[in-house]
Write a protein that binds this ligand. Structure first.
Ligand code: 13P
Length: 330
């Protein structure tokens, strides 16, 4: 099958390299230096330093060529670029082919999930999300990992599982698209909280508190928005939350760690080439919590920290039980 990944960041490149083992895979990157390095050296050192990519993977900076190539299109750009990139494919994309979303987050302002944004721009295409505990560098290193392809259409899910599974990278399916996408997006805010804990030098009890109560918040908002509670106990919920909260390679956790050490958001993001989606998701989650009238103390605390109204050293005061939620696991 001809597969195109749009976006040459670390996860897009990893997925493209995996798919290239068994399929005709092409990756589109905006940056021509990235394209040249992938084609010549089979590396993407700006995003995946130290890893060799599958030599069969072809890269291009020609958007039209990349989209026309695709019998399966994988959207690997950051959340802020998903609408424009999807719209730009409209006149080029083959009819009816599936589109898979990799970005974990929301569109700011509209508060839409990524598959909703893609569906608005490409209404005649089946759309799925690929989400789970997938730290790109570990998948590139060939370590066992699993992910979830979320789509309401079981036939599409089965086909995508076939294409995306590779070696020790196993792909499950789940019809609960809302729950899967919310798990992937919201856990980035909890990872910032966990990173902050690291930066402040807390112990394992606090780490466990943040992760467990963070998960309760994911589930609370997720169920209010139409997700299924069981999804949050799975790979797209708890699984991704654990990986992102614990991994030193996580961008979101490392943003939190730097916040905990006293750096400002501007200082942190000024030194990053990659996007930590949780910073924007903290703002969106604050708006969603108001819309769905849910108490989310950890998310609210991180919203306060990233918008500058709460000092990280004060932050852990906000983690006690909220009235109405004193009983576990509510
Ligand atoms: P980052 O924090 O590096 O964006 O990774 C998050 C993730 O979704 C891992 O599964």
């Amino acid at each position: 099958m001809k597969v195109t990944v749009l976006g040459g960041g670390n996860w897009g490149t990893t997925v493209a390299s995996l798919v290239a083992r068994r399929h005709d895979a092409m990756i589109w990157a905006r940056n021509s230096a990235v394209v040249e390095e992938i084609n010549k050296d089979h590396r993407n050192s700006a995003y995946l330093a130290g890893f060799d990519l599958n030599p069969k993977l072809k890269a291009t900076d020609d958007f039209e060529q990349a989209v026309r190539h695709a019998e399966l299109l994988i959207m690997g750009v950051p959340t802020g670029a998903v609408r424009e990139t999807s719209a730009n494919t409209r006149k080029l994309i083959r009819p009816w082919i599936p589109v898979v979303s990799l970005a974990k987050g929301f569109e700011q302002g509209s508060l839409l999930r990524m598959t909703e944004v893609i569906r608005e721009e490409l209404p005649n295409h089946p759309v799925a999300a690929l989400t789970g505990p997938n730290i790109a560098r570990e998948v590139m290193a060939g370590q066992a990992a699993a992910s979830v392809v979320a789509t309401p259409d079981l036939a599409v899910a089965r086909a995508l599982q076939q294409v995306l599974s590779s070696g020790l990278f196993r792909v499950y399916s789940n019809e609960d698209v809302i729950g899967c996408e919310l798990g992937g997006a919201l856990k980035n805010v909890v990872a910032i909280a966990c990173g902050m804990a690291e930066g402040l030098g807390v112990g394992d009890n606090t780490r466990a508190l943040v992760m467990t109560r963070g998960l309760a918040e994911l589930m609370r908002l997720g169920v209010a928005m139409g997700g299924q509670a069981t999804t949050f106990a799975g790979l797209a919920g708890m699984g991704d939350l654990i990986a992102t909260c614990l991994s030193p390679a996580s961008r979101n956790r490392s943003v939190g760690e730097k916040l905990g050490r006293g750096m400002s958001v501007a200082e942190i993001t000024g030194g990053m080439t990659m996007v930590a989606e949780g910073l924007k998701t903290a703002v969106t989650t604050h708006e969603l919590a108001q819309r769905y009238q849910q108490d989310l103390p950890i998310h609210e605390t991180i919203y306060g920290v990233v918008t500058g109204s709460v000092d990280p050293t004060e932050a852990y005061r906000g983690l006690g039980p909220t009235p109405g939620h004193e009983n576990e696991p509510g």
